[in-house]
Design a protein around this ligand. Structure first.
Ligand code: GDP
Ligand code: IMO
Ligand code: MG
Length: 430
């Protein structure tokens, strides 16, 4: 029952979408297990770019079954837009997309509260995607949440909204001075969404168990990155779900012994969107050069991504919490513009040198990066199709990452396109 977890090694946008699409060539099932439409996963096939926020990136392979698991949070309007966009691109989804009845639904008050809370935080804002993710997960933990299975049952849905809306409106109007939301309008919109999405409802956990029993290849598509994990990330500058690999067990309902490996997707440098500490961030021309060469603008919000060098202190922490068995290294091609490339190997915190990632926010915020320097390859590697074709300095850069992490780089991505991928060792077979 081969099952591989795809997990971002940094603060998201590492190239998970591209990797999932690449692996799906040999996979039967692809499942999202956490996050919502805060994610933006880009796939490029024949120069055609598709950005998916909720539907797994396996959908572009006509034979793959795709699951939106119980641990995700779903904005039904966004999902319907995504279905419409796929239909326009002649991608047939019916019979292949399955939505967990236990996944929680993002409601209008979640989005309103996300915005209002950020406004109230002022300078201390988190820089969320403003999609209602945090308030939706909070309601799940608070047991106020409304699940997909509730939304598609008209009477249950009306009852649930009735129970919760007054309470939410009180918070919106009294605590934040915002407008109250209208019950009838919500029921009307969500009844339409329910009619459109009802046919996709499934017990996705059971489906995954059956796929495992049938020995099918399963890819679990993580969203965000390990450093945005609600427990292990740079709290409070994190998202509201378990983004590290362990999130798959609760978020999909599968067992640890059904996993064969955990694939860490790592950008050859580092980016972050939103607020929060970023030890290797470059506030100079080099950072701007990375942003320009790497087209580092958010796939969901369009915000410019903050850019910096690869941070192996942070990566080793991500490796250890996620149990990474191999890496996919993406965007090494972007580094072709530099004559010298840096990797952070340790931090200096309050005059002391450490190679361990701190948990305390103040320590992360005050950490100064200590770098090793490497000669660049100063060439375009985006047409390389084998390890041997990569310039020697690029090979050395990759081998350094392997040495510093103890994890093999099994796939090297040299461009956004599906074919721009060097598989040294595809987990599903080369
Ligand atoms: P995700 O959220 O992890 O799926 O990543 P995003 O899609 O948000 O951002 C990654 C961006 O880099 C997308 O625009 C991809 O098309 C692009 N990309 C992925 N891999 C590579 C690569 O190896 N080289 C280059 N130049 N771009 C890449
Ligand atoms: P993918 O899957 C990058 C960031 C936001 C913000 C913080 C909290 O494409 O890698 P939220 O809306 O989740 O409450 O925002 O998390 N964030 C992401 N950054 N890529 C993502 O997803 C992200 N999803 C959330 O920018 O800093
Ligand atoms: Mg993204």
């Amino acid at each position: 029952m081969p099952g591989y977890i795809i997990v971002g090694m940094q603060w998201g946008d590492e190239g998970k979408g591209k990797t999932v699409d690449f692996l799906t060539k040999k996979a039967d099932v692809v499942a999202r297990y956490q996050g919502g439409n805060n994610a933006g996963h880009t796939v490029v096939v024949n120069d055609q770019e598709t950005v998916l926020h909720l539907i797994p990136c396996g959908i572009l392979h006509p034979d793959a079954q795709c699951i939106i698991g119980n641990g995700t949070v779903i904005d039904p309007a966004v999902l319907i837009q995504e279905l419409d966009d796929l239909a326009k691109a002649d991608c047939e989804v019916k019979g292949r997309l399955h939505i967990s009845e236990a996944a929680h639904i993002i409601m209008p008050y979640h989005k309103a509260l996300d915005g209002a809370q950020e406004e109230a935080r002022g300078e201390n804002k988190i820089g969320t995607t403003n999609r209602g993710i945090g308030p939706c997960y909070a309601d799940k933990a608070d047991r106020f949440g409304i699940r997909f299975g509730d939304m598609i049952e008209p009477e249950t849905f009306k009852q649930k909204v009735k129970e919760v809306l007054d309470f939410k409106n009180t918070i919106l109007t009294k605590a934040f001075g915002k407008e109250a939301l209208d019950y009838d309008a919500i029921i009307e919109d969500y009844s339409r969404y329910a009619d459109r999405l009802r046919e996709y409802a499934a017990d996705t956990t059971l489906m995954l168990h059956k796929a495992q029993q049938a020995d099918q290849n399963i890819v679990y598509e993580g969203a965000q990155g390990a450093m945005l994990d609600i427990d292990h990330g740079t709290f409070p500058y994190v998202t509201s779900s378990t983004t590290m690999s362990g999130g798959v067990f609760s978020g999909a309902g599968i067992a640890p012994n059904s996993i064969d490996g955990v694939i860490g997707i790592m950008k050859a440098y580092c980016t972050r969107v939103g607020e929060g500490p970023f030890v290797t961030e470059l506030h100079c021309e080099t950072g701007e050069a990375l942003r320009a060469a790497g087209h580092e603008f958010g796939a969901t919000t369009g915000r410019p991504r903050r850019c910096g060098w690869l941070d192996m202190v942070q990566i080793r922490r991500a490796v250890n919490i996620c149990g990474i068995t191999s890496f996919v290294l993406t965007k090494g091609d972007v580094l072709g513009i530099f004559d010298t490339i840096k990797i952070c190997t340790a931090y200096e915190i309050n005059g002391e040198v450490t190679d361990e990632f701190p948990t305390r926010l103040a320590h992360i915020e005050s950490a100064k990066p200590i770098y090793d320097e490497f000669p660049g390859w100063e060439s375009d590697i985006s047409d390389c199709s084998s390890w041997e074709e990569l310039p020697e300095n690029a090979q050395k850069y990759i081998e350094t990452i392997e040495r510093l992490s103890g994890v093999p780089v099994s796939i090297v991505s040299v461009g956004p396109g599906r074919e721009q991928t060097i598989a040294r060792n595809n987990p599903f077979g080369n």
